[in-house]
Design a protein around this ligand. Structure first.
Ligand code: ADP
Ligand code: MG
Length: 318
C-alpha cells in the first residue's frame, strides 16, 4: 500500500471526462477520453489522498433512454432509475478498469472499486411535482404532445432547440451506502461512487427503499457523500480552468479564491446559471457549510496544479 497523507478528497468528474463534444461518441472513444481525464486524479493518488471519484452521466443516460424508446414492443421498458443504475455500472467499469491499468503501469499499489449508489430523496421534494431537468433527445411539438399523452411524460420547450422530456431532480439527502464507502476509503481503496448522481430512492410507508423516476445532480450528490465520509476536500473537474464573474461578458473576471459567503452573494447576483455552474456552486457552498475545508473547481488538466494553489478556483470557509 502506497503512503497515504491522511486526507480524503471527493473528485467529481464532469461530462467531458468521458464524452467530448468534438469526438464521435463510441465506447472506444469513451475509454480513450476516460484514460486521458485520469491524469489529475492519478497525481492526487500519488500525493497519497484517500479518494472517492464521482462522475456525470448525461449523454450516457440520454442514450440509454433512446435505446429503450427504439426497442418499444421488442424488449421490456426500463424505468429511468434502472437506466441510471445501468450507466452507473457501465461507466464505473470504464473508470475503474482505466484507473487500475494506469496505477499498475505506474506501480502505484492502490485498489479501485465501483459502488452502485442509491441516494435518498424526500418523496415530497417540490421537484417531484414540478420537474425541471431536461434529459434525452429533442422532439417536435407534435411528438411532445403525443408522448405526454401516451407515455405520461412531462415535455417542455428547451430554449430554441425544441421540445424535450423533463424529469425531477430532487435534492439528495444522504447516500445509502455511505458507511461501506467510508470504510473502503479509510482502508485506502479508491471508490467510484454516486455515478450520475446515484439512483434516487425514497423510504415508503413500510420503511422500505423504493426507486423513483428522477435524476440527481452529481455535484450535489458528491457534496452530500463528502460530508458523510468526512472528506476535507471536494474537487469538481469540468471544462473550464476557473469560475468567472460575468462569464462570457466583456467584463469577465476569473476568481482565484473566494469565501463561501462571497460565493453565495455572487450566486444570488446571477453569476452562476442553473444547468452549468449553478449546481457546482450550490454543491460547493453546501459542502463548506456542512464543515468541508475547501472546494476546488477547475479543469481536468489543472487538477494537480490547482491542489498546489497554482490553478483553479478555490472556495474556503469564511
Ligand atoms: P460538467 O459537464 O462538467 O458538469 P457543465 O457544462 O454542466 O459541466 O458546466 C460547466 C460549464 O459552465 C463551463 O464549461 C462553462 O461554459 C459554464 N459556466 C457558466 N457560468 C460560468 C461561470 N460563471 N464561470 C465559469 N464557467 C461557467
Ligand atoms: Mg453538468
Amino acid at each position: 500500500m502506497a503512503d497515504l497523507n491522511g486526507k480524503t478528497a471527493v473528485i467529481a468528474l464532469g461530462g467531458n471526462a468521458i464524452t467530448r463534444p468534438d469526438r464521435e461518441d463510441t465506447i472506444a472513444n469513451q475509454f480513450a477520453n476516460t484514460r486521458k481525464s485520469l491524469d489529475g486524479v492519478v497525481e492526487l493518488i500519488k500525493a497519497g489522498y484517500k479518494m472517492v471519484i464521482s462522475h456525470g452521466n448525461g449523454p450516457q443516460v440520454g442514450n440509454a433512454i433512446l435505446r429503450v424508446e427504439l426497442s418499444r414492443g421488442k424488449a421490456p421498458i426500463l424505468p429511468l432509475g434502472i437506466c441510471v443504475a445501468d450507466t452507473e455500472g457501465g461507466m464505473g467499469y470504464m473508470i475503474e478498469q482505466s484507473l487500475q491499468n494506469r496505477l499498475r503501469a505506474e506501480s502505484v499499489d492502490r485498489k479501485v472499486v465501483t459502488v452502485i449508489s442509491q441516494v435518498l430523496v424526500d418523496y415530497d421534494d417540490p421537484q417531484i411535482q414540478n420537474p425541471t431537468k431536461y434529459i434525452g433527445q429533442f422532439y417536435t411539438e407534435e411528438e411532445a404532445a403525443r408522448f405526454t399523452k401516451e407515455r405520461g411524460w412531462v415535455v417542455k420547450k428547451d430554449a430554441n432547440r425544441g421540445w424535450r422530456r423533463v424529469v425531477p431532480s430532487p435534492q439528495p439527502i444522504s447516500v445509502i451506502e455511505a458507511d461501506i464507502i467510508k470504510s473502503l476509503v479509510e482502508s485506502g481503496t479508491i471508490v467510484i461512487a454516486v455515478g450520475g448522481g446515484g439512483i434516487p430512492v425514497y423510504i415508503d410507508e413500510k420503511g422500505n427503499l423504493e426507486g423513483i423516476d428522477a435524476v440527481i445532480d452529481k455535484d450535489l450528490a458528491s457534496a452530500v457523500l463528502g460530508k458523510q465520509i468526512s472528506s476535507e476536500i471536494l474537487i469538481i473537474l469540468t471544462s473550464v480552468d476557473k469560475v468567472a464573474l460575468n462569464y462570457g461578458e466583456k467584463n469577465e473576471t476569473w476568481i482565484d479564491q473566494a469565501t463561501v459567503s462571497e460565493m453565495e452573494d455572487y450566486l444570488r447576483k446571477g453569476h452562476f446559471p442553473p444547468g452549468s455552474m449553478g449546481p457546482k456552486m450550490n454543491a460547493a457552498i453546501q459542502f463548506i457549510r456542512d464543515g468541508g475545508k475547501q472546494v476546488i473547481i477547475t479543469s481536468f488538466e489543472n487538477a494537480g496544479r490547482a491542489l498546489k494553489g497554482k490553478a483553479g478556483t478555490r472556495i474556503l470557509p469564511d
